[in-house]
Ligand binder design. Sequence first.
Ligand code: GLY
Ligand code: MN
Ligand code: MN
Length: 441
Amino acid sequence: MDVAIAVYQARREQVLAQLGETGVAVVFAAPERVRSNDTEYPYRPDSYLHYLTGFPEPGAMLLLDGRTRSSTLFCRNKDELHEIWNGFRYGPAAAKEAFGVDAAGSMDDWQSSFQAALPGHTQLYALWGRYPQHDTEIMAIWHEVRNMAAYRAAHGSTIAPTGLIDFSAILDGMRLVKDASEQALMRAAAEISAQAHIRAMQTTRVGQFEYQVEGEILHAFMQRGARSPSYNSIVAGGKNACCLHYVANGSALRDGDLLLIDAGAEYQMYAGDITRTFPVNGRFSAAQKAVYDVVLAVNEQSIAAIRPGADWQLISQAAVRLLTEGLVDLGLLHGRVDDNIETQTYRRFYMHGLGHWLGLDVHDVGGRFDAQGQAIMLAPGMVTTVEPGLYIAAAADIPTDFHNIGIRIEDNVLVTSTGHEVLTRSVPKSTAEIEALMLAR
Ligand code: GLY
Ligand code: MN
Ligand code: MN
């Protein structure tokens, strides 16, 4: 399911058109990160560099020159000794062929090439703040070019950039709408994630440790071709589910508790992000089911509202209303629904948003508002999570049946031209479906 080189070329062309004759842009590879002494975390390429090139190695940089309308990829040189110890490197010559860039160079030379590219442009685009070391390097070079009229003249122009611009202003808008190749990869990431949740439901037993369930999930990801989770898996039994980003995954699973699993596969750089909540012993208690059905109704009604032109803010507000009504019906909030919404008492039990964009990053780029502060309406090709939840910590004013019930139900939804497609639909969601699956263990 590899993405064709032409897709990356078309994205670069689209960027170059937006840069115009006066813009020059740079994107760097992510650095490798030390895990312990001289060993690193598994390498994860930068999402932006991947989006524009598909190039998978660290020590790389893409230069997009609006004046010459060309893209140059700088990367590490071939190195026999390094390749024996640490693996294959393309090197500039092979990289130029394989990734279809106009030119390629050694990363040893990027600074002089970048410097030579500045004269003649008025705007320098970079992902400022992303890799501070590179900010320092490009600012120093830019500053030097600003101060050296003779250098500029020698490179054919009296001008150099006066505008230092955030490149994400161009790239995030492109990444927000997924093209056909991205949609195919996201469908695969979602389906792999769904199968892993099914496996977790099938294999969970009372007395297991949370990390053992995590192991089943990672196993299912890798067996289906996803080398990595798209974020640290949350496997949270009982009260641990009331900690939103619980990743310790170190407790034993207890009879009568719920298990909340928030885990997604990363498939060819694209994220799945699913949450399901199910009983460790396979049967929901009455209180657990009552809370579950409130969250499920919000999940389903929110998804039903997703279509082109829909306003995410209104969908989120409707979710708050439904959750608050549910909390009042359950006896966990008191008084009028409107008053509880007004004073935000529901936030004790629902303290996060309804969802986020999904793509190369699990919390994908772009935000819900445009550069003018206007809400972005849903449009075909956008992918959002829908993830309502209720988290009821033990407290003196809460009936004990409800203590430590933490429930989130999260799906991944593609906006289509006619409505939506639930990418994560394979994994059971109703209490009856979940109990039936677990009964068959
Ligand atoms: N897995 C993180 C989230 O759901 O936002
Ligand atoms: Mn999510
Ligand atoms: Mn999630």
